[in-house]
Write a protein that binds this ligand. Structure first.
Ligand code: M6R
Length: 365
């Protein structure tokens, strides 16, 4: 049921404070700064000693996987590859003895992701799942895994599953990291920050009317560019995918610094650019990318942290989000991009819950 919302997608966007909480529920031991994941209990040691983690997924789940790469490499110091399942399955991939495969899938039925995990299993890898649909094929065929507990996702555009997948990846990261390089204090700190995410998502959702107004300014554009760095690079990809799949506007996501290597040629007054420019070590670099866009008459929408007033000098429009540690930023920075895509699609008269040519779960190649 849509519970008074005009579309399932909007309902699911607004559910995120709860669904992120549901992913964490019962899994956090705050005092010890530890995470408990029943579904991984038997493979914890193997995870800790993994030589490499290979994440296989498609679409939005692949974007969550990219964030997983940043998390697992930074905090667990385990090398991670993120593979499109469709490419991995046919590439005769190299699997070494201590490699672990993690398949990420909302539906648990995506044909390519399933085939990739079967291929990895066949070559002897331990195969884990991060899945929403309980009892789905991927959940059944993996050796172990984590359910994200986001509840049924009806809108074809994945929203709440994404934030729950990222939350699950944060939990897995802390689970492993605490056995290796992460102290109890660091574990506690990250878990405290994680537990504040739902209330912070709520604050962003409260800006829905403002984001709708922004959509009114931009909905007739034909192209969009999304740029972000670090943990926000996958968010740029996800923001662009949301827009293109439901509004049919051509949109591309890039790591902000790649702009100079090609996309900058596209920039003029008809190429709005969405920057994710939250406060972190590479903030200044993102600001100079913004200036480069402005110098070429591009219109700039920025997702920035509350209190960052200097950004208003550079951007045409700013959407403010609360500050959180950089590793958790995607859980907040993606929310305004989901809303922006939603409102633009509605203003264009598109069927947001059932976009043309798309199926909720892609069970054929
Ligand atoms: O069910 P899955 O997570 O395996 O689905 C993967 C993709 O098909 C899916 O994320 C798709 O890209 C969405 N429509 C994105 O919103």
């Amino acid at each position: 049921e849509k519970q008074g919302f005009e579309h399932y997608m909007l309902k699911e966007i607004f559910e995120q404070p709860k669904t992120i909480m549901d992913t964490m529920r019962g899994r956090i031991l705050r005092e010890e700064g530890l995470v408990k994941l029943g579904g991984l209990a038997e493979v914890e040691d193997k995870l800790m000693h993994a030589g490499r983690i290979i994440i296989v997924a498609s679409g939005t789940s692949w974007h969550a996987g990219l964030i997983g790469e940043y998390l697992l490499e930074e905090f667990c110091r385990i090398p991670v590859e993120v593979e499109y399942a469709s490419e991995f399955r046919y590439r005769n991939p190299i699997i070494n003895e201590n490699d672990i495969i993690i398949a990420i899938s909302q539906s648990g039925e995506t044909a390519d992701t399933l085939a990739a995990l079967r291929e990895g299993k066949h070559k002897g890898a331990l195969v884990l799942g991060i899945v929403n649909a309980v009892g789905s094929t991927i959940a059944r065929e993996t050796h172990a895994g984590v359910y994200i507990h986001a509840g049924p996702e009806i809108g074809v555009a994945s929203t709440k599953a994404f934030t729950s997948q990222v939350t699950a990846l944060v939990l897995i990261t802390i689970l492993i990291a605490r056995k290796k390089y992460m102290s109890v204090v660091q574990g506690k700190q990250m878990l405290d920050d994680l537990q504040k995410i739902p209330a912070n998502v709520e604050k962003i959702l409260a800006q829905n009317d403002y984001i709708r107004e922004l959509a009114e300014t931009y909905y007739s554009q034909r192209n969009f560019l999304y740029l972000g760095r670090g943990y926000n690079f996958p968010v740029a990809l996800e923001g662009a995918l949301k827009l293109k799949e439901i509004s049919y506007i051509h949109a591309e996501g890039y790591p902000a610094a790649e702009m100079k290597h090609g996309p900058i040629a596209l920039i003029d007054e008809n190429m709005p650019v969405v920057f994710i420019a939250t406060q972190d070590a590479i903030y200044d670099k993102v600001i100079s990318n913004i200036q480069e866009v402005k110098a070429r008459k591009g219109r700039v929408i920025c997702v920035a942290n509350e209190g960052d007033e200097q950004i208003e000098k550079h951007a045409d429009h700013v959407i403010y989000i609360p500050y959180t540690c950089k590793a958790l930023t995607p859980l907040l920075s993606v929310i305004p991009l989901q809303l922006l895509a939603y409102h633009i699609a509605v203003l264009r008269g598109c069927d947001v819950d059932q976009p043309r040519n798309l199926a909720k779960s892609v069970t054929v190649e």
